[in-house]
Design a protein around this ligand. Structure first.
Ligand SMILES: Cc1cc2nc3c(=O)[nH]c(=O)nc-3n(C[C@H](O)[C@H](O)[C@H](O)COP(=O)(O)OP(=O)(O)OC[C@H]3O[C@@H](n4cnc5c(N)ncnc54)[C@H](O)[C@@H]3O)c2cc1C
Length: 323
């Protein structure tokens, strides 16, 4: 199995710590580690791993993962594919391309429409897979199609095929599926106005969320009130909040998990080196010397308390690796 990887991927590394590649700054080693600098390398690594039946995992910017202390038994492919083509308002970009860089490059050409994504640390592939977004908007609004490695071959998937939902896409539900390239349709904008909008959004983010901490953003998804049955009276009673406050926080159709965690008195809660952020309670932080196990214990404590006291089973937004 591993011979096939070594024979076909000359730059293959072994026992590489994933701690440095995860924004949580925790996690053990990848058994095998390969950096794909272009789509040909990426495709080759995916095909070799699939054929040899070696478990693999594609790493974008590592901002939405929690890697176990044991690490990952298999091949981690760091996606550094970085090609960008712009034709009018049609943008074709590699899955490994940095989202912040894309926003800057578009702005130089008076293109935009993705201002709401400003400040979200991400690769394009990671953003499309999880339909990343903020302020009620998400990347899917601009996605036309994607080239995807699935079942050993490359397929074109249309916007409809990608079946976007809240922090969700079809890619999440197909084992081993990887986004090689994304096509976006953006808009002509007034560059200075668009830039000011992005700075404004980043300022708003800094005020409300811990932007530079060792973390993975919101660990838990908000609760979609049109999909999950929620006993409103039970929530109001359990959290001891006025009904008006419940109405205010749910006005966009979601019950924010950060609000529930805060109202349960868990703001700032510490387990080992892991801590619930006091700025935004859906963010869990590595406050210095956390292990992945500390963070998992904190996740588990929060989920249990929310289930037992409020009657809702909350779900992780982050991707668990090697557990
Ligand atoms: C400070 C901070 C703030 C954040 N704020 C937000 C926010 O406002 N909104 C939001 O939606 N998210 C937010 N996040 C979470 C994170 O930024 C997004 O989920 C981001 O899109 C993850 O992209 P990534 O490249 O880092 O993915 P990674 O963390 O590297 O990977 C996450 C998952 O995506 C998979 N993946 C990566 N690349 C590909 C690919 N090419 N094809 C298929 N699968 C792939 C990985 O295998 C893994 O399962 C925040 C995170 C941080 C640290």
């Amino acid at each position: 199995m591993s011979d096939s990887l070594k024979d076909n991927l000359p730059e293959l590394q072994e026992a590489v710590s994933l701690n440095d590649y995860s924004n949580f700054k925790v996690g053990g080693p990848a058994e095998f580690f390969y950096v794909a600098k272009n789509k040909e390398d990426l495709l080759k690594a995916l095909q070799v791993a699939s054929k040899a039946k070696v478990p693999y995992f594609v790493l974008g910017k590592g901002t939405n993962i929690l890697v176990s202390d044991k690490g990952f038994a298999g091949l981690v492919i760091k996606n550094e594919c970085n090609e960008l083509k712009i034709d009018g308002t049609t943008v074709t970009v590699d899955g490994g391309y940095d989202l912040a860089t894309l926003l800057v490059e578009l702005n130089k050409l008076s293109l935009g429409g993705l201002e709401y994504m400003a400040g979200i640390p991400s690769s394009l592939g990671g953003a499309v897979r999880g339909n990343a977004g903020a302020w009620g908007n998400s990347i899917s609004e601009k996605v036309v199609s994607a080239k995807v490695f699935v079942d050993g071959e490359v397929k074109d998937m249309s916007h409809e095929d990608l079946k976007f939902g809240y922090r969700d896409s079809a890619i999440k539900h197909v084992d081993g599926a990887q986004i090689l390239e994304v096509t976006l349709e953006v808009e002509k904008v007034e560059a200075m106005q668009s830039k000011e909008e992005m700075f404004g959004i980043m300022g708003k983010r800094s005020a409300r969320m811990p932007q530079t901490a060792n973390c993975a953003g919101c660990v838990f998804k908000n609760i979609e009130l049109d999909k999950v049955e929620v006993d409103k009276e039970k929530v109001i009673k359990a959290l001891d909040v006025p009904a008006e406050e419940y109405e205010t926080v749910t006005r966009f159709g979601k019950l924010p998990t950060g609000w529930i965690i805060e109202k349960l008195g868990l703001s700032g809660k510490v387990i080992g080196g892991a801590q619930v952020s006091q700025k935004h309670c859906a963010y869990l932080l590595n406050a210095g010397d956390a292990t992945a196990d500390d963070i998992m214990q904190l996740i588990s404590t929060i989920k249990t308390q929310v289930r037992d006291k409020v009657g809702i089973q909350i779900e992780e937004e982050i991707q668990l690796v090697g557990f």
